[in-house]
Design a protein around this ligand. Structure first.
Ligand SMILES: Nc1ncnc2c1ncn2[C@@H]1O[C@H](COP(=O)(O)OP(=O)(O)OP(=O)(O)O)[C@@H](O)[C@H]1O
Ligand SMILES: [Mg+2]
Length: 409
């Protein structure tokens, strides 16, 4: 192959990698998958030994969060120094080539010094930092050249733009969800609760009159009216619950959990981590897993799983003063014919922990009741890590009752 041909092919690869990222985001791929993909393709096309993505952490620091290739394990989690190459790339908005990190001055991480040529391409701006793409080669290998710099940085720009746009779209989706919840709360308050309140007043009148021994016929008339109102309230609540369930009726549990954890971001002030697994394997690695899980669990178990995670996240947001919350939902399929599978849920935070375990209110009482209904178990305790609280909830998965869009109650 002529050098010019090879060059044209490489350019083509960078361009199509850029549009692949946009397509992935438009198709709704999770952001983590997209970030992983950015690192994998960039490493491959740039012929780098190692590629990494430096991303903003919780406290505004820059952390090497995704790394692929040689010595990746040593680089993972490195916090980049304020005056270092990553910060400079982000601050100036300019990509930079370093002929050799091994020979660079003022490099604070010895792990980085094991590499030779390097390329730092910023993604986003200082105001809206997405991250920095870092490409590394071994000591003694050919340095990156201007052409690599231009191509890698326009790829990084395109990927950053796609990520920022997708985030804006997610924020829009989220605000729709919040609006929907507010509407439901309003409906409950304005329709059902008002009606029950009025019924309560009618019953109060009956009680007073009965106490004075008055007017039997009048009392019966008021009681009849109150009973009608109770019927109406039941209908009202049923229709509100219906409208609450309907949009989700055809949605799988995995997607519902993802939405729930995205929603919790508002209350917590940060995104909780969510790990869903099937038979010990994290989802994401398994394409078919989402459908398999939905075919294992009933609608009512799906609703309960969601309610447990929701209450766990709400409690962490309200009581824990946590800096991070991890949600783990593990599905285990039936070990042998006739034996039930199992779902285990854990919501763990690193907050202040439980001050008084006896302070149980309706939230945790409901979780215990939901566990009992399925023959499962529930516990809320201080986390064994010594910080924060750990909620555990487990239930057997009995029989195959696939969730079907037609089984709405
Ligand atoms: N993650 C947590 N960190 C610290 N304390 C917690 C946590 N979760 C629960 N608690 C404590 O346990 C108590 C009981 O929780 P529970 O969910 O039953 O009630 P609640 O959240 O106060 O009210 P609600 O009935 O609205 O849920 C809380 O009031 C709180 O003191
Ligand atoms: Mg609660």
């Amino acid at each position: 192959m002529l050098p010019s041909e090879a060059d044209a092919i490489e350019r083509e690869k960078w361009l199509s990698a850029g549009s692949e990222i946009t397509t992935m985001l438009l198709q709704g791929s999770p952001e983590e998958d997209v970030l992983e993909h950015i690192v994998t393709v960039a490493r491959d096309i740039a012929d780098a030994e190692t590629a990494g993505l430096v991303l903003p952490g919780l406290r505004g620091e820059l952390v090497m969060e995704i790394v692929h290739g040689w010595n990746a394990h040593e680089l993972l989690g490195l916090v980049m120094p304020r005056e270092g190459l990553s910060w400079t790339a982000l601050r100036t908005g300019k990509a930079k080539i370093i002929p050799s990190l091994a020979k660079a001055r003022n490099l604070s991480h010895p792990e980085m010094r094991k590499f030779g040529p390097a390329l730092y391409a910023p993604m986003g701006t200082t105001e809206k930092p997405v991250g920095v793409l870092v490409l590394l080669r071994k000591v003694g290998e050919e340095s990156f050249i201007t052409k690599d710099l231009e191509r890698a940085s326009s790829f990084a720009d395109q990927a950053a733009l796609a990520l920022v746009l997708s985030e804006a779209r997610q924020a829009q989706d989220l605000s729709k969800l919040v609006e929907e919840r507010e509407r439901i709360a309003r409906d409950l308050h304005d329709l059902a609760i008002q009606q029950l309140f009025a019924t309560g007043m009618q019953l109060e009148v009956v009680r007073r009159r009965a106490a004075r021994g008055l007017d039997k016929a009048g009392l019966i008339a008021i009681l009849d009216e109150a009973l009608d109102n109770v019927d109406n309230s039941v209908r009202e609540i049923r229709s509100i619950v219906h409208s609450l369930r309907d949009p989700d009726a055809a949605t799988g549990i995995v997607e519902r959990l993802r939405r729930e954890s995205a929603l919790a971001r508002t209350g917590l002030g940060f995104a909780p981590s969510l790990v869903i697994s099937l038979d010990g394997q994290d989802l994401g690695a398994l394409d078919e897993a989402e459908d398999t899980i939905d075919s294992m669990i009933s609608k009512s178990l799906s609703d309960d799983i969601l309610a447990v995670v929701r209450e766990g996240l709400a409690n962490s947001a309200r009581h824990a003063q946590a800096q991070s919350v991890a949600v783990r939902v593990s599905f285990h399929s039936s070990p042998a014919p006739g034996e039930p599978g199992r779902v285990d849920i854990e919501v763990e935070d690193d907050g202040i922990g439980l001050k008084d375990v006896s302070g149980r209110k309706s939230g945790t009482w409901n979780l215990a009741a939901r566990a009992r209904q399925h023959g499962g178990a529930y516990a809320l305790d201080n986390s064994p890590t010594g910080r924060g609280a750990l909620l555990t909830w487990t239930a057997p998965i009995s029989g195959v009752q696939a969730i079907s869009p037609t089984t709405v109650p």
